[in-house]
Design a protein around this ligand. Structure first.
Ligand SMILES: *Cc1c(COP(=O)(O)O)cnc(C)c1O
Length: 460
């Protein structure tokens, strides 16, 4: 047992900031974009997380996407426990890798082979290398607002408005490293056509999240994605669908299946590891066999394909393949969307709710839901910040950024979704009032107000 002082939130927070930059292992977790301090999480169970002081929240983050079955699903836990007892990593091929690869390929018939990595970042980075190696070309194209992990060539965004080319978005990425990365706006056929007219024969790869979900949920028109398929085919470039979020989330075969478009390469991650660190890239044999040991494109990983992570992934995909799972997720997603829309209308707060299946995004601005990053306005993010704290105070954990989406899991049910809707109805009037939330207000305040609320934050 840890002693009481060690468990205190403020003490742990201070210690976390002493020993880790910003107190975190990944930046958005620090609550830099929303008011107040982040709670520290001690435990997850089903659709809830519990912080170190025993307050329980309905979890709409799901560890940023992987937890489509909720926290500590019994079948995933059992599979992991069994795997752990037989050894955690061998550095040699294990049956679990074969079994998970077979399950992935069943769901992505365009692909013949899978290479496992330990993260989505590695999968995307490696897919870029493979595309360059296979085509003998150097230029790659990505879209403003799409995230493909933090490898140098992909860590580039456009400025707001029209596409900005080759500007690093992080210190430490030399311009020379991103000079070969072109950034285009989403939902803009003309810009893509112009780029291909100018440089089409130099382009190795066009990478896109077919359902961009890292800058809000920027649902693309099917025709736009089809157009990218045509342009890349015409010019001999490869098309990568980054399905690290959408894969196994919006249906068994992700957006690839939903759109009916056949990309050349697909990256997956998050759900495929069932909560363990896994990424993978997949494609036809002719491309994948360019990888070492069969071909000249090198990529490796000490812990890649380890049996524990594979077991979590297999169990997750197997539970997902049960009848009615995606219909159920869609039903709960629709219920949440309708409830949030009702809350916005009743409070007279401008906003829309974008949704595909179990992924939702609240955009707190007037007009249509944006399809491109530069259409998201700053006031939307400000309002979201206030909403975020008000929801946390009411026992609902949402992503601490206006640009991140909410995820429904199979562990949610009507009761937990309705509790989120009730909290939202109560919280949403505050978002239009700049003085409603004191940015310095931390968790101690919230415990005073959360006692009798929905998802009541009571010790679990
Ligand atoms: C999360 C994400 C990544 C990066 O995956 P990590 O496992 O965090 O490295 C890449 N692409 C997309 C679309 C993602 O959502």
């Amino acid at each position: 047992m840890t002693s009481e002082p060690e468990r205190s939130h403020q003490d742990l927070l201070a210690r976390s900031r002493q020993v880790m930059p910003g107190g975190v292992s990944s930046p958005v977790r620090a609550f830099g974009a929303v008011p107040g301090d982040p709670p520290l999480v001690a435990k997850g169970a089903g659709a809830t997380v519990t912080d170190v002081e025993g307050r329980r929240y309905i979890d709409m983050v799901g560890s940023w996407g992987p937890l489509i079955l909720g926290h500590a699903h019994p079948r995933v836990v059992a599979a992991v426990e069994a795997a752990v007892r037989d050894g955690m990593t061998f550095g040699a091929t294990c049956p679990g890798e074969i079994a998970l690869a077979e399950r992935i390929l069943e769901r992505y018939p365009l692909a013949d082979r899978v290479r496992f990595t330990s993260s989505g970042t590695e999968a995307c980075m490696s897919a870029v290398r493979l595309a360059r190696g296979a085509t003998g070309r150097s230029r790659i194209v990505k879209f403003d607002g799409c995230y493909h992990g933090h490898a140098d060539p992909l860590l580039v965004k456009g400025g707001s408005g029209l596409a900005t080319f080759g500007t690093p978005s992080s210190a430490g990425v030399p311009e020379a490293f991103t000079a070969l990365t072109e950034v285009l706006p989403l939902d803009d056929v003309a810009a893509a056509e112009q780029l291909f007219a100018e440089k089409g024969d130099e382009i190795a790869l066009v990478a896109i999240e077919p359902l961009p979900a890292n800058a809000g949920l920027l649902v693309q028109r099917l025709e736009f994605l089809q157009h990218l398929r045509e342009l890349t085919t015409q010019h001999g470039a490869l098309l990568l669908f980054d399905e690290v979020i959408s894969g196994f989330r919006v249906g068994p075969g992700g957006m690839t299946q939903r759109t009916g478009i056949t990309p050349d390469l697909v990256t997956v991650g998050k759900i495929v590891g069932g909560g363990m660190p896994v990424g993978a890239y997949l494609g036809p044999a002719a491309l994948m066999d360019q990888l070492t040991p069969d071909g000249p494109v090198y990529q490796a990983g000490t812990l890649s394909g380890n049996p524990v992570a594979m077991a979590a992934g297999i169990a997750t995909l197997d539970v997902l393949s049960e009848d009615g799972t995606y219909e159920r997720l869609d039903e709960l997603g629709a219920r949440l969307q309708a409830g949030l829309e009702r809350g916005l209308a009743q409070a007279g707060v401008p906003g829309t709710v974008a949704r595909v299946g179990s992924i939702l995004w609240l955009c707190l601005q007037d007009g249509e839901t944006p399809r491109a990053f530069h259409k998201i306005r700053p006031e939307s993010a400000e309002r979201y910040g206030r909403l975020h704290r008000a929801m946390l105070d009411r026992g609902v954990w949402m992503a601490p950024s206006a640009y991140e989406v909410a995820f429904v899991s199979t562990a949610h049910d009507e009761a937990s979704i309705d509790a989120v809707i009730a909290a939202f109805a109560d919280a949403v009037p505050t978002v239009m009032d700049p003085k409603a939330i004191d940015p310095r207000a931390g968790m101690p305040n919230s415990s005073e107000t959360s006692g009798d609320r929905v998802g009541d934050g009571s010790p679990a």
